[in-house]
Design a protein around this ligand. Structure first.
Ligand code: F6R
Length: 356
């Protein structure tokens, strides 16, 4: 049942501290700062990595590719349904990683089969033991999020992000992460999510936007996939027009859409140059009179330039986007609840898309 929550989606949002603890269980070694992914004993660093995925899982894949590139492993993310529209960009010494919570998405299975047919090694990051992808791929890593009933993916997405951090550490240097402090930061993520859940002002903020025309979501770097995911979740369950953009892309076109009737959610986390540049974009939309909500850990004092601030606790800059995502889950949920939408079963959508 829904354990007293109005919707499965809200229940699953609140389950995240627990689902993330499950994802991390037994995989972090406090003593020597090692990350263990038991499913990947004896795995060599790949030549290059390609991610294939759809929807929310594609956003996780975009994030995962950035994590690997930051560790010196060439990596790209592809929509699974675009992967083989031309010659698949894969060779026999690549590792192809499917990100699919269900393990049954037809487009993703098809891309993984194409890669396997070209001689590439395949790995799937999934939630479902015994799923088709888990059976067909050479390797499988489980995100252990538990069953997700709401059509809109929430806890599976955050577990994918954590799972991708584990994978990136494991694939790039055998999992030793002492120096970078990732192990300690990962251990703190469940409490960080709990703090966001306890203190979020998302419900009050969205009440201001009942009559808005469209909603835009911006982010740069690791915040970019979270902006895309914020927009996807929002459009899926509110049926309002929402779009996510790479913050830097704004002045190359989308800025023409920005008015006083288009709230902009800007995700600004981490340190330094990347955050400062996004603050520059925030100023651009402010100048067009858009109401601006900044989701931030305080980076580049982004809150000073916003009409509303949704705060997240400070953490490792690889994990701050995960906490920002939880704020955006709540933004989408409360907006949809205010509009009385069918939150757990949005129109036209299915939980698992088993046709291409
Ligand atoms: C959105 C959502 C979908 C799925 C997509 C892929 O909330 O859930 O976009 O992410 O259909 O599904 P999986 O991860 O099962 O391959």
């Amino acid at each position: 049942g829904k354990s007293g929550y109005d919707h499965y989606m809200l229940k699953e949002i609140h389950e995240q501290p627990r689902s993330l603890r499950q994802c991390l269980s037994g995989r972090l070694d406090e003593l020597d700062g090692r990350i263990t992914v038991e499913e990947l004993d004896e795995f060599d660093t790949p030549n290059s990595v390609q991610f294939v995925a759809c929807g929310t899982s594609y956003h996780a894949a975009l994030y995962g590719a950035q994590l690997l590139r930051a560790r010196g492993v060439p990596a790209n993310a592809y929509y699974a349904h675009e992967y083989a529209t031309g010659p698949a960009p894969v060779s026999a010494d690549d590792l192809v990683i499917g990100v699919t919570q269900s393990g049954e998405t037809a487009d993703t299975l098809s891309a993984l089969r194409t890669a396997a047919g070209r001689g590439a090694e395949t790995l799937v990051l999934t939630n479902v033991v015994g799923s088709t992808a888990a059976r067909e791929c050479d390797h499988v890593v489980y995100i252990r999020a538990g069953p997700e009933i709401g059509v809109a993916a929430t806890k599976t997405f955050t577990s994918q992000l954590v799972g991708l951090n584990l994978l990136a550490a494991r694939l790039s240097d055998g999992g030793s992460d002492r120096r970078r402090g990732l192990v300690d930061a990962l251990r703190g993520v469940p409490n960080g999510v709990q703090a966001v859940l306890d203190e979020s002002e998302a419900a009050a903020v969205v009440e201001e936007f009942a009559d808005s025309e469209a909603f835009f979501f911006l982010g740069r770097g690791l915040d970019y996939p979270v902006a895309l995911e914020g927009a996807l979740k929002f459009k899926e369950i509110t049926y309002e027009h929402a779009e996510g953009f790479a913050a830097g892309e704004l002045k190359h076109g989308p800025l023409a859409l920005v008015t006083a009737d288009t709230p902009v959610f800007a995700v600004v986390t981490g340190d330094g140059e990347t955050a400062r540049k996004t603050v520059g974009n925030v100023k651009e939309v402010e100048a067009r009179d858009a109401p601006v909500v900044v989701v931030t850990d305080g980076a580049a004092e982004a809150g000073r330039y916003a009409d509303y601030v949704l705060e997240i606790p400070k953490t490792d800059e690889r994990l701050a986007p995960l906490l920002a995502n939880v704020q955006l889950q709540l933004v989408a949920y409360h907006m949809a609840a205010g509009l009385d939408r069918a939150i757990d079963k949005p129109r036209h959508l299915a939980k698992s898309v088993t046709v291409e």
